[in-house]
Design a binder for this molecule. Structure first.
Ligand SMILES: [Zn+2]
Length: 319
């Protein structure tokens, strides 16, 4: 680990289920068994990381999120058992001032990675008839909230993945480093493109975002939408970014057919990496590239050895 041996390999993340999609309408996993099965399909297709949301486990309520630490534990354990070495990246996204649930879930599962929503965004969408698709909503991520997540992730040995929904948020990540809010080495950026009121899924935006992020910091793009997302993924692969897709981000393959599982989406992304002359990183390689603890390492040791602020982290990750 911590070497340049992995060259320019691409780390693939599979976002296997998402926030609110109805399992009655789409093939999104809900139970620990279903999550394990989908994680395995993604893992077999080349995913090193699984980004996961937890759902309400009561019958008929699987479209709703859950912040029950026991549900989180059961889901993470099932995925780890199905996929040796798999890296878990869990959601923390919640609207409003009460975010104890996500903090409790981080402490319950101590994942290797977690989403850290790096700024606020008005979440808006307009239907073709000119009405709001849902009541206009603020996804509030003020600096104090961001800091609380960063601090708990430091405690749990978790690498924050800074979710950037807009151009200004990309710039804010550097401010978190400058002010000492984030002290764990180079931040990992996730450019979230395709949210209607955020950054568009436009490959031409990528070079600008790369100018705005901290030099040498690892990055990936989450691209939300239908077939228009795929040219963006291809450009990300060409520009050296890491790759993410999954049923959270799209239901559609490049040819417009609907994916019934995460497997075909990840296979396609792996193909895009190879088109760009890059191999796909194994979970073990991804751990080295991102400075994550080894699979199965006790959390207490990991907190000291892997993610301690003074430890030289990710010195050669994307070289
Ligand atoms: Zn998510």
């Amino acid at each position: 680990m911590h070497s340049t041996d992995h060259g320019n390999k691409a780390i693939i993340t599979c976002a296997i289920t998402g926030v609110l999609t109805d399992p009655g309408q789409h093939h999104v996993p809900v139970t620990p068994e279903q999550l394990a099965q989908e994680a395995r399909r993604a893992y077999d297709a080349g995913a090193a990381v699984v980004h996961v949301h937890f759902r309400n486990q009561e019958p008929g309520k699987g479209h709703l999120p859950s912040w029950d630490p026991q549900v989180a534990r059961d889901c993470v354990q099932a995925m780890r058992e199905a996929c040796p070495g798999l890296i878990i990246n869990q959601t923390t996204g919640v609207v409003g001032p009460n975010y104890q649930g996500p903090l409790d879930c981080l402490r319950a599962t101590r994942p290797e990675m977690a989403a850290c929503n790096a700024g606020s965004l008005n979440y808006l969408k307009v239907r073709s008839n000119g009405t709001w698709a849902w009541p206009p909503m603020l996804f509030d991520n003020q600096p104090a909230k961001v800091k609380d997540f960063i601090d708990v992730m430091l405690e749990t040995g978790t690498l924050p993945e800074f979710e950037c929904f807009d151009v200004g948020i990309v710039r804010c990540v550097e401010m978190y480093v400058q002010t000492g809010m984030y002290t764990q080495g180079l931040p990992e950026y996730n450019f979230v493109m395709g949210v209607e009121s955020g950054m568009p899924a436009d490959p031409d935006l990528l070079p600008i975002l790369l100018k705005l992020k901290i030099k040498d910091a690892p990055w990936q793009a989450t691209v939300i939408g239908r077939s228009e997302i795929w040219p963006v993924h291809q450009r990300v692969a060409e520009l050296g970014g890491h790759l993410r897709t999954g049923l959270e981000d799209t239901f559609y393959l490049p040819d417009g057919t609907k994916a019934e599982s995460n497997g075909p989406l990840i296979e396609k992304l792996a193909e895009y990496a190879r088109n760009a002359g890059r191999e796909v990183a194994s979970p073990q390689e991804a751990r080295g590239m991102l400075g994550l603890r080894e699979a199965g390492m006790p959390q207490e040791v990991a907190a000291l050895a892997g993610r301690f602020p003074d430890f030289p982290l990710r010195d050669g990750d994307s070289a």
